[in-house]
Design a protein around this ligand. Structure first.
Ligand code: MLT
Length: 247
């Protein structure tokens, strides 16, 4: 096992680990291990035979750390990846050396949100991702003018409908993480695209207000998938956090 903290990148919904391509290229060095796994069912991994929970996703990440020989890591969770990061904190905090919480929030879904997740899961199973996401205006994962829509669409359409449906229900079933924020005692950076309509800046501000010593970076000219839209600004904020983390 490696004593230097690694960097664990946890992707958003409904994509896979390839969304971290730019980060892996710029952040992985001989001295910095980067682990960027796909969550269960995504990225060509086996689709779980039964509905997983957010805790199952967190436990799967720990297996990836074990396989990579990483004892402790800075965990960087983007959106759904942030929800999983809170579960990781609750269950495996001894493995966490620092946190990057990007375009995410601590609140659970409200009743309307939970109903929307159930409807989305049913639709995905019935008609598949292309029709579920792209028959009307696609969800605002990127700004409309982003040049990355073709890449994003292709990434989404590579994922099995069942894995995406399960992930929607994982998010539906996740608990409220607000009570966990005061217990976070590792260096934490919160990053958000200034034009994120899914988890807006106010959600990030609430994280910063709740986590002692957390910093906030609001990235210009970026929507929800801030690492895709502005990789240089995103990577700079992650590097600054890595520098704050003790070996
Ligand atoms: C994500 O980007 O992971 C999701 O859009 C988050 C969510 O739907 O709550």
């Amino acid at each position: 096992m490696n004593d230097r903290p690694g960097l664990l990148l946890v992707h958003a919904f409904p994509v896979d680990a390839t969304i971290w391509q730019a980060q892996v290229a710029s952040l992985a060095t001989p001295g910095q291990t980067v682990v960027a796994p796909s969550l269960p069912g995504f990225g060509g991994t086996p689709v779980p035979p039964r509905q997983p929970s957010i805790d199952d996703y967190a436990d799967a990440l720990v297996k990836h750390l074990d396989e990579a020989g990483v004892k402790r890591a800075v965990v960087c969770g983007l959106s759904m990846g942030g929800y999983v990061t809170f579960a990781l904190w609750r269950r495996h905090r001894s493995r966490i050396a620092g946190l990057v919480l990007a375009d995410t929030k601590a609140e659970e879904d409200n009743e309307q949100g939970k109903a929307g997740r159930a409807a989305l899961a049913a639709k995905l199973r019935e008609v598949g991702p292309e029709q579920a996401f792209f028959s009307a205006t696609p969800p605002p994962w990127l700004r409309a003018e982003s040049p990355h829509w073709a890449m994003l669409k292709a990434t989404i359409l590579r994922q099995p409908a069942e894995a995406i449906a399960q992930a929607a229900l994982v998010m539906q079933g996740r608990p409220d993480s607000r009570a966990d924020l005061p217990s976070i005692d590792v260096p934490t950076a919160v990053i958000v695209g200034e034009a994120d309509p899914i988890t807006p800046v106010a959600n990030s501000q609430a994280l910063v207000d709740g986590i002692k010593g957390a910093t906030l970076t609001v990235v210009k000219d970026a929507g929800h998938l801030v690492n895709v839209e502005q990789p240089a600004a995103f990577d700079a904020a992650v590097k600054a956090l890595l520098a704050r983390v003790k070996s």
